[in-house]
Design a protein around this ligand. Sequence first.
Ligand SMILES: Nc1ncnc2c1ncn2[C@@H]1O[C@H](COP(=O)(O)OP(=O)(O)OP(=O)(O)O)[C@@H](O)[C@H]1O
Ligand SMILES: [Mg+2]
Length: 471
Amino acid sequence: MLSIKRRIHLLVIIIISFTIIGMFSFHFFDYWNVIVENEYKKTKSIAILLDTQLEGTYEDLLADTSTLNKREKVRLLNKKLQPVINNVTKSFPEYGSGYYSKKLQSIVAFGPNFEAGELLDIQANSPARIVYKTKKSYQFKAYSQTRNSQVVGIYHPVIRHGEVIGVTWANIALTDVFELFWVQVKKRLILVIFILLIAYFGTIYITRQYEKGLSIFRNRVHKLDISEEEKRVFSPELMAVYNEVVKAKEMVVDNERKYQRDITEKILRAQEQERKRLSRELHDGVGQLLYSILVTLKLVENAKKECRIEEQINVIEGLTNSSIEEIKRIALHLRPSSLDDLGLISSIRSLVERYENTFQIKVDFKIVNFSRRLEPELETTLYRICQEGLTNIAKYAETNKAFITIELAKDEIQLEIADRGKGFNTIEAASGENNGLGLYGMKERTKLFNGIFRVRSKPGEGTAISVRIPI
Ligand SMILES: Nc1ncnc2c1ncn2[C@@H]1O[C@H](COP(=O)(O)OP(=O)(O)OP(=O)(O)O)[C@@H](O)[C@H]1O
Ligand SMILES: [Mg+2]
């Protein structure tokens, strides 16, 4: 797709070409006709001029020399008329002119190259005959032997006592007409080319200005900052674009805010749930145990009298041990200390062991090429993802087998947690309003490490969660 600038330039070039072609084919064609028409008029005035100059010199000269033969008569007339013809020729050197005598049926004088005594009879098809008949001027365009070229000219009747006694004529060679035409064309052509050049460079100048304006506008849009004054300078179309951009930007900011709000809300909700769970566990687990210890201590107090202290102390020991176990269990769930001491693989292994015992789900745990420690936050992330993945399988998959594969490839860690259980519709789950936090949390944790998180699942075909984190 061409840029607007290129398109305007192309358009101008096309317009210029068509204008020049149009000028030639219409205007100049007309112009040629006008020039030819002018030449007819001019030759007519020359013919008339010749007529008046010859006044009183021709046919009547022959009146008393009627004994001469035709050739002698023509020669005599030639001699008499030639000075007049020469006079006219001197004033109009490009034009040919002359006189046909009707009586002698011959040209009796013409310029500029005439040899006295030549006998030039009127041809049978000469238009002079039409003039004799119509007594009117006759325009012609024909080949002239005497001028050896195409000529345009006129025959003009010479009338004495109401009778046509001959014709004067004048003509001009077409090559000369063409020269006249070309001089005029050149004058106009230079003007036309000059105007078109101005149009072309004007267009280039305007498109440059436009581009400059556009680049300033682009800058302003980039910064989203157009002053009131500039608003008047930029065209309404650009301002419309600008307003759209501002609107879009506001929308993005709005969405961002909404997104942030959403996340905060989810985090707060998760925190709240975790606190609830902790409080429940403390209340139901440790709280109950400690309460039992307290009750048992009361019993010890009473037992002092009955001497059953040893028995009660055993009970307190048992309860205290249970409390310690319970607190350990809670602490482990919050953050296994083994993660810091023994590393990720061992921690997952003990998670798997506890999981298998609790849920009666067998876990196929595969470790490929995993021999080094990772940074603590990354280890925690992978551990949490395993934890959540396994919990989801226990909650939803309705299966008795799970798979975990963890691999340290050349430049990334790949973790997959899969089952062949119930599966679910990932699209529906993603668009559902009451989504849990598990999958979302896994994804967010992965994103923090610039990793890729993917869930593949279909109803009836199991679920696979894959995490790839570059290192
Ligand atoms: N392994 C799985 N098998 C079948 N369905 C699953 C599996 N894992 C997740 N799901 C489906 O995806 C949904 C979203 O899971 P997610 O872990 O995000 O939320 P949750 O487990 O319902 O809540 P939370 O994890 O916040 O306690 C679940 O409600 C469940 O329908
Ligand atoms: Mg979950």
